[in-house]
Design a protein around this ligand. Structure first.
Ligand SMILES: [Zn+2]
Length: 223
């Protein structure tokens, strides 16, 4: 997974430049705009700096840290250590994220191929890798600390997972890293045998070429 940084301009509507508190969770969204690209959604957030209004005439405050695109591309639009407006509401379904969840969560927007929110295999794979990397970085538990927007506010977002709760449970289970396995992977990183630990934590994305190169490196160490 490659993350392209294409930060939006600091502005009061989509990048207020407020420091994020210690990260307590990751919140998953859908862009609710079928087949729109990650770049188009990034540009939408950028455009909000002009002070856009919704159909009711209210100013739009919106952004997220990352957008996962239709081809699995990932664009970071706001740095991790700044607050985004992605999960604000008048009231919240959980108190685990404090009184204002925007101030301690990282938001990820997902592009989708139909109006049900179905994601391409490439989008799904990058989403998994991104969440795993964030959970590792901020010591979050993928089952306990990864939320749908719906889990926090009740909004029907990410629509696909709101309508397919079993798929969401399975998705989170697939993010789990066996701690013994993770420790072994970390050992191989230290020994210089593995250079991309995130590719090996979950094992779902490991392909035969990775395995061959791992065997070659181990063989070089033992010979
Ligand atoms: Zn959302």
């Amino acid at each position: 997974m490659n993350i392209k940084q294409d930060l939006i301009t600091i502005n009061q509507y989509s990048r207020p430049s407020t420091k994020l508190k210690p990260v307590k969770g990751v919140v998953v969204h859908w862009v609710a705009n079928t087949k729109s690209t990650a770049q188009a959604n990034r540009n939408y957030f950028e455009g909000l700096k002009a002070g856009k209004r919704d159909v009711k005439g209210n100013l739009i405050y919106a952004s997220a840290h990352y957008i996962v695109g239709l081809e699995g591309e990932v664009i970071q639009v706001v740095p991790d250590n700044e607050m985004c407006y992605h999960v604000g509401a008048a009231s919240y379904k959980t108190d685990k994220l404090g009184t204002y969840p925007n101030d301690c969560t990282i938001g990820i927007e997902c592009c989708h191929v139909d109006d049900n929110g179905t994601m391409s295999a490439a989008t799904l794979e990058s989403l998994k890798e991104l969440i795993k990397a964030l959970c590792t970085k901020y010591q979050l538990d993928p089952v306990r600390d990864v939320y749908l927007h719906y889990d926090v506010t009740g909004k029907a977002c990410h629509k696909y997972y709101v309508n397919n709760p079993k798929a969401w449970t399975d998705f989170k289970a697939s993010l789990q890293v066996d701690p013994v396995h993770a420790a072994n992977v970390n050992k191989l990183v230290k020994a210089g045998i593995i250079s991309t630990p995130e590719a090996w934590y979950g094992l779902q994305t490991v392909n035969i070429e990775h395995v061959k190169s791992l065997i070659a490196k181990v063989a070089a160490k033992v010979s």
